[in-house]
Design a binder for this molecule. Structure first.
Ligand SMILES: Cc1cc2nc3c(=O)[nH]c(=O)nc-3n(C[C@H](O)[C@H](O)[C@H](O)COP(=O)(O)O)c2cc1C
Length: 178
């Protein structure tokens, strides 16, 4: 990608993937980005579970009642977990790492989508975090924030249209200030 501005314009959620796998080098580049994400007080309270086995990806795709099924077709799913006892702002830290993964994926021409796990439920009403914990043997003290599905793009998505930016959400010096 030529510039950061172009990168953030091009990044759109991708929920359709080709069958092409990722190279080991690509996976390493993605995980390097996650490990370079900033955290409060450099607590690095997060950990990342990299899932690339087809049957596991399929099982993971049932972590929510809806909007998670495409995980089954992704080349990779990165489960972002963090320890709330190691950081009182683990949600922020894990969220920043999640978006770093998405931006790194876009920079490599890959597609990605954030799948929310925290505060979500499976079709049978089980908390999504509990489902993912059981499935991947995650220690109890870690909370699951998100699953970032990544793979080669299976469709085109239009970049952001700058004409649609909500400039009214920007306030100068005070709320509603002009
Ligand atoms: C915190 C968060 C949670 C999200 N959860 C999901 C999800 O569970 N499933 C999904 O398909 N997309 C999810 N998304 C993607 C959003 O739906 C998407 O970013 C938004 O609609 C804007 O579209 P865009 O990413 O293409 O610009 C999530 C995004 C964020 C930031």
């Amino acid at each position: 990608m030529e510039s950061f501005s172009e990168l953030i314009k091009a990044r759109r959620s991708m929920r359709k993937f080709t069958e092409e796998e990722l190279t080991q080098e690509q996976v390493v580049t993605l995980m390097k980005a996650a490990l370079m994400a900033p955290t409060s007080k450099r607590s690095n309270a997060w950990q990342f579970i990299v899932v690339d086995e087809k049957d596991k990806l399929k099982e993971l795709s049932y972590c929510k009642e809806q909007a998670s099924q495409f995980i089954a077709d992704a080349a990779l799913a990165v489960v972002v977990v963090a320890d709330p006892l190691a950081s009182d702002v683990w949600i922020e830290d894990a969220s920043i790492a999640s978006i770093y993964l998405q931006l790194q994926a876009e920079d490599m021409g890959l597609g990605s989508c954030w799948v929310q796990v925290r505060e979500r439920f499976t079709a049978s009403g089980m908390p999504s975090g509990e489902y993912v914990h059981e499935m991947l043997d995650i220690p109890l003290q870690l909370q699951v924030l998100s699953v970032i599905a990544i793979g080669h793009k299976g469709m085109e998505r239009k970049p952001f249209n700058e004409d649609n930016l909500q400039w009214e959400k920007i306030h100068i010096n005070k709320y509603g200030g002009k």
